[in-house]
Design a protein around this ligand. Structure first.
Ligand code: 5GP
Ligand code: MN
Length: 320
């Protein structure tokens, strides 16, 4: 482990030593890494007799309800005065939807997004890791904690989903060592893969994926493959924003340069964009996302934008 990370783990211990009430937060429209990172720490703190409050600004996908503590997640922070705030997997502080100055307590960040607007007295920002869950695993190891089956199930969910099932470049020897040790706790790899890598879907979600995939277009100049969802689609198909986790990977695989874009207009004029590429394609999508006020990783990034689908698409094409 890097000396720097070790020192930061020590600083976390110092801050947590005296803390009794801890809020653990992660990003809006939470993906499985965000949810499972929050729940792994939540379950751990509970086992230590601390008051732990898992907070996500939006409800996560029900497909993750097998994670222990899932039904304890709050989507409103409410009136609390924690001793420590832990912010996970978010990149940009705004994505936590915690009002500026809402808490006066110390802040700890654990994140694997590239440096953007992370905060904290202790700020772990390690883009070399597959997932935030993998960094949390390293913290548990450093603390010599006997990882329970419940914690293993959370951590594996985060690692497997954010590494795209071990396909992304951030998957390292260290990642697979972590996975192998976690599997010793008796968790079913097959079950987690089916849940988080999008093979298990309800009929309405499968049909919605079919529609999105059938409209994929390829821009002849940039080779960007793209598709979209409108507010009408959501109503008509009976699906939710979080039901489309992973679809952009399929969209990008249709591009000869492996560059893909998925635009979701979740409210009239409010758009969330997801970008993907591969090392061989030569496009660093986090640069594009950043130019639009977003962030992420070199090969997986996202942003929010105001405007029509056409307008946002044009902006992205220009940047590509
Ligand atoms: P996704 O496209 O799956 O939502 O996100 C891909 C990556 O980019 C994830 O690591 C995600 O956290 C990050 N990301 C997505 N949207 C945003 C955004 O609006 N701002 C920032 N800073 N990062 C984002
Ligand atoms: Mn993540």
């Amino acid at each position: 482990m890097k000396a720097n990370l070790l020192e930061q783990f020590r600083q976390i211990d110092d801050l947590l030593g005296v803390a009794e009430t801890i809020v653990i937060a992660a990003h809006e429209n939470p993906d499985p890494d965000a949810v499972s990172s929050v729940l792994s720490l939540h379950n751990f703190f509970k086992s230590q007799g601390k008051k732990s409050i898992p907070y996500l600004p939006d409800a996560p996908s029900k497909s993750l309800s097998y994670l222990p503590g899932f039904f304890e997640i709050r989507n409103e922070i409410g009136q609390i005065d924690p001793d420590v705030l832990i912010c996970l997997d978010y990149g940009d502080f705004r994505r936590l939807r915690i009002p500026e100055g809402a808490f006066s307590c110390p802040v700890i960040t654990i994140d694997h997004h590239v440096e953007s607007d992370q905060r904290g007295e202790v700020k772990i920002v390690e883009p070399g890791y597959s997932s935030t869950a993998e960094i949390i695993y390293q913290w548990f190891k450093y603390k010599n904690i006997a990882i329970s089956k419940e914690l293993a199930s959370c951590l594996l969910t985060g690692i497997i989903s954010d590494s795209g099932g071990f396909r992304h470049v951030s998957t390292s020897h260290q990642t697979l060592t972590a996975v192998s040790e976690l599997l010793l706790r008796g968790v079913s790899l097959n079950k987690i893969i089916r849940r988080v890598l999008a093979s298990d879907k309800s009929l309405s979600v499968s049909r919605a994926w079919g529609e999105v995939l059938s409209r994929i277009k390829l821009d002849p100049h940039t080779q960007l493959a793209y598709s979209w969802l409108t507010p009408d689609d959501f109503l008509r198909l009976g699906v939710r924003f979080v039901d489309f986790e992973g679809i952009v990977n399929i969209i990008s695989s249709g591009s000869p340069s492996s560059i893909g874009l998925f635009l979701i207009e979740y409210e009239k004029g409010r758009i969330k964009g997801s970008l993907r590429s591969e090392p061989n394609g030569g496009k660093n999508v986090v640069q594009i996302a950043r130019a639009l006020g977003g962030g992420g990783h070199p090969y997986a990034a996202g942003f929010q934008a105001d405007g029509s689908l056409d307008e946002v698409l044009k902006k992205v094409l220009k940047l590509v």
